[in-house]
Design a protein around this ligand. Sequence first.
Ligand code: HEC
Length: 115
Amino acid sequence: MSAHRVAMLTLALVITAATGLLAEVRAASGAASGAEPEARAGEGRELFVARCSSCHSLDYMEMHARFGTRALWEAEVTKMRNAYKAPLNDEEAKAIVEYLARTYGPTSPAASVSR
Ligand code: HEC
């Protein structure tokens, strides 16, 4: 095998590997902005509706959306658990906080309808 041929072969291999890597990167970023987070959002929402509407209306969230930083929602969920004994384990509380921070944050559509 000539040195030239070895060089060409190496080049071809590098290109093949790089193309494969690119496809992998694309697939990974596609998954990150695609189906998976939506599934997680659904999970948080179901929990939220199931656990947070037994004592009061879910409208309470809209009233707070304008101030709805992650810290506020964490404090609210903790208060619901401690003061009013909302039945949630740590994992469920975390999922609901994630959902609330995303859905009822200061820049959410819900914030613009709250007074
Ligand atoms: C066991 C009953 C109960 C459950 C379950 C419950 N809450 Fe509450 N929540 C209350 C009570 C009582 C108040 C005070 C009502 C009032 O002052 O009118 C309240 C008030 C609120 C308020 C208004 C702000 C405040 O602090 O008073 C928010 C926001 C809120 N709840 C969010 C939630 C969220 C989110 C969940 C689910 C994680 C939840 N609640 C589950 C009983 C509950």
